[in-house]
Write a protein that binds this ligand. Sequence first.
Ligand code: NAD
Length: 490
Amino acid sequence: MAVTVQKEALSFPRQMFIDGQFVDALGGETLPVIYPASGEEICRVPLAREADVDRAVRAARRVTEDGRWGQMNPHQRERLLHRIADLIEAHAETLAILETLDTGKPIRDVKRIDIPLTVQCFRYYAGWPSKLKGDTIPVRGQFLTYTLREPVGVVAQIVPWNFPLYMAAIKVAPALAAGNAVVLKPSKETPLTALYLAKLMAEAGLPDGVFNVVTGDGKTTGTALVRHPEVDKIAFTGSTAVGQEIMREAAAHIKRVSLELGGKSPHIIFSDADLPQAIQGIVGGIFYNQGEVCLAGSRVFVQKPVYEEVLNGLAAAAKQLKIGDPFAEETTFGALISEDHRKKVDRYVQLGVEEGAALVTGGRIPPGLDRGYYYEPTILAGGHNRMTVAREEIFGPVALVIPFETTEEVIALANESQYGLAAGLWTRDVSTAHNVARALRAGTVWINAYNLLDAAAPFGGYKMSGFGRELGEEGLELYTELKTVWTSLR
Ligand code: NAD
């Protein structure tokens, strides 16, 4: 595995970015960064404790109060955001290498999906600063009453390890467009692209303190950030359990909170679907990014007349995935994030079998790939919706395939979950497609497609998958306060 070659990409300041400076932690502590495809430590980054987080939050506070950012001419803010997008595009190769070293995902996916979506997100929000307007309100009496959209202030943004750069972009771009200052905390597993993004922000000429990155684990750094009294808003993407903790912490100061949490998304094939396309869609829906996707279509419901045909097709397509070196262009399926995570995924597969599902394919470490945290794409079948593997998020490459008979039955099964992030369905019948789309309790429904995101399309969860909508115009609402101004005209 060619890690030595890729290490050139690491020749940038791998320090935190606070108030426009690259800095170490005050206590000098560091954490290792591991390449999941080999288990090697590739570098170390600072571990931020309370005092470091305090420095970052205070820098962000200063720049929101002195008007250098919030009061900046909106056209100037737009130019800066466009410059950031241009720089990300210009540094795409390095960013792709860093993302692959951090996550172990195939570099071809990073180049084709993560980076272009990140650039699109910054470009989309670069258009907004000059369009963030309020309304005049026709109130009773002689008054001029209007609303202003103002930045929330200091925003803490905490992101997971599965799409480190893109998850950061979804949060950072709208927050900056709306005039907030940001303290970003990447996951301890994947800090590198956030730090590189800081380098690009500095190059773009963002005022000091507008964008800060603190690195460290959730317990130390994340908790300090969430508890800091000068943080006005927390935007979090991660597990439902941590989301619950953040809500509890935020209550102390009534901080604004938006949460993008876990999922257990249903993916439905009706018997009239274009089966070859649907099979490809289902395979991509669960095995893209090694299944480490909040949107993963992990509960696959197949209508009985086509059940056997679809199951065979899924098993054959899963076997066609090219598992191996994430830096090889032909690789379509990389390593899982860590040994702990691989063990967790494997435990779920064993549990699925114990609870009565059949192991159709996968369920083991791929032969010859025992270095690094690889695990085969896995299909369990013949189970039911109340099994543990149907209820709990595995966040790995494991699909559970369940047969169904009627439309009413599959709607009930799909909705029988504590989660409601996304859903997909395949049918040629227009009425079935739209009736089912309406009946599903999920923030996004794809018809004859899966896993699509766009900077202009809102995205977020129902139920325990979170609240608030990121992306699109709605994404800006998470980062603005609405002020109403009354003026007497008498
Ligand atoms: P996680 O909840 O363990 O960690 C997410 C982030 O929160 C990390 O940066 C972590 O350091 C930090 N954190 C952990 N504990 C914290 C605490 N007590 N206080 C403050 N911060 C804390 O999740 P993960 O394992 O990194 O990611 C996987 C989870 O993320 C899955 O559940 C997945 O569904 C979810 N996810 C959701 C979306 C979405 O958009 N809905 C997208 C990607 C991932």
